[in-house]
Write a protein that binds this ligand. Structure first.
Ligand code: MRU
Length: 360
């Protein structure tokens, strides 16, 4: 098959997800940084597998991929009567929503599509499908703008000469454009503020090494890759002034689930008196989750721990745990950088005041 041309976003980075003439394309992030390869998604099963395999990953990105993925799952049902089509919309959305459990954005994007469909009075399934395409594009465009605004508000936290530590990839690749944790970095860079980023490599799947260091380097940001166990040392040397990470789900009290290892970084930051910030759009807040204890933590294939790349690095039959996320308690969080501004403790009250009372 001919190479798929990959569009670039406003940061001149490859698009993570694109919808072109009725078809869904994803950047295959498992191949980065060695190859920049796009993949067309022909079935909803393929979309689900791509989400599970982390071809598309990061909370906002899987929200957008879910919305478009639903379209892939219902495109062949457009000849059905509207009632039957609507039943397919709901069942396909429920099925795709199970692909990964921790990031709330996947179910959020799908729920938004289903609720939008229910609110329409379309004369035919074809018309309803076309309206759903418009809604998925709106979700995508909105994510671009939300993440850019996270950066507009968060950039003030990065002072000239700062060292910024981040974990995993909450970057352009994890969203539609500016990223969440990286958005203040991109905006500060555009504002010509000099600073350094230290990217944790993020075992076991190396999102920091493969993705964050790659995209920041492409964008001309001063980035240094470290292994996860170097963070405390760098902090003790005074190299880190601020930590910014993303989140897969923020509970109503400000507890934040993010990539495994994030809580350890937050605990270290507290020890060294370094502020730990979490960046997110509203689509990552789960007001139905009172605190972090109920957030489902994805358990991944043990081979991701027993192997480094394709090579086995642990004995056969070893017992393995492979939780993909952990939950950082809100008392370790200095602030939540959102599209509306920086939300400070007490998070429960301030999140409610910012969102629940004014609406999203
Ligand atoms: O398993 P991944 O790569 O999907 O994990 C992603 C993260 O943990 C990100 O930090 C999080 O989704 C925030 S993305 C803006």
């Amino acid at each position: 098959m001919a190479d798929i041309p990959i569009p670039k976003n406003r940061l001149n980075l490859p698009e993570t997800i694109w919808w072109d003439e009725g078809e869904l394309f994803l950047l295959d992030q498992t191949q980065l940084p060695l190859a920049v390869v796009g993949e067309r998604q022909d079935t909803i099963e393929q979309v689900s597998d791509s989400i599970k395999a982390l071809k598309v990953r990061g909370a906002p990105a899987i929200g957008v991929a879910g919305a478009y993925g639903l379209l892939v799952g219902i495109k062949n049902d457009r000849q059905l009567p509207v009632g039957d089509f609507m039943a397919r919309v709901e069942s396909q959305a429920a099925w795709l929503g199970e692909a990964r459990p921790t990031a709330v954005n996947l179910k959020w994007g799908l729920k938004r599509m289903v609720e939008f469909a229910k609110a329409q009075t379309a004369a035919s399934s074809r018309e309803l499908y076309d309206l759903l395409v418009e809604e998925a594009i709106r979700i995508h465009d909105e994510d671009r703008e939300l993440c850019r605004m996270v950066g507009v508000h968060g950039a003030e936290l990065i002072k000239p000469g700062n060292g910024v530590l981040t974990h995993c990839n909450a970057g352009s690749l994890a969203t539609s454009e500016f990223g969440t944790a990286t958005s203040p970095m991109y905006v500060a860079h555009q504002n010509k503020v000099p600073f350094k980023v230290y990217a944790d490599e993020t075992r076991p799947l190396l999102q920091g090494a493969r993705l964050t260091s790659w995209e920041l380097q492409q964008a001309g940001i001063d980035v240094t890759l470290i292994t996860d166990n170097m963070a405390a040392h760098l902090m003790s040397q005074g190299l880190i002034d601020i930590v910014i990470t993303g989140t897969d789900r923020t509970a109503a009290n400000g507890d934040v689930a993010n990539k495994i290892g994030t809580m350890g970084v937050a605990i270290l930051a507290k020890h060294f008196g370094i502020p730990f910030y979490v960046a997110l759009p509203y689509s990552t807040i789960d007001f139905d989750m009172p605190d972090g204890k109920g957030i489902p933590i994805e358990e991944r294939d043990p081979e991701e721990v027993t192997h480094f790349g394709m090579r086995r690095t642990a004995p056969e039959n070893i017992q393995v745990l492979s939780p993909a996320f952990d939950v950082t308690p809100n008392e370790l969080v200095a602030g939540l950088i959102t599209e509306r501004g920086i939300i400070r403790p007490p998070f429960k009250e301030n999140l409610l005041r910012e969102y629940a009372t004014k609406g999203a």
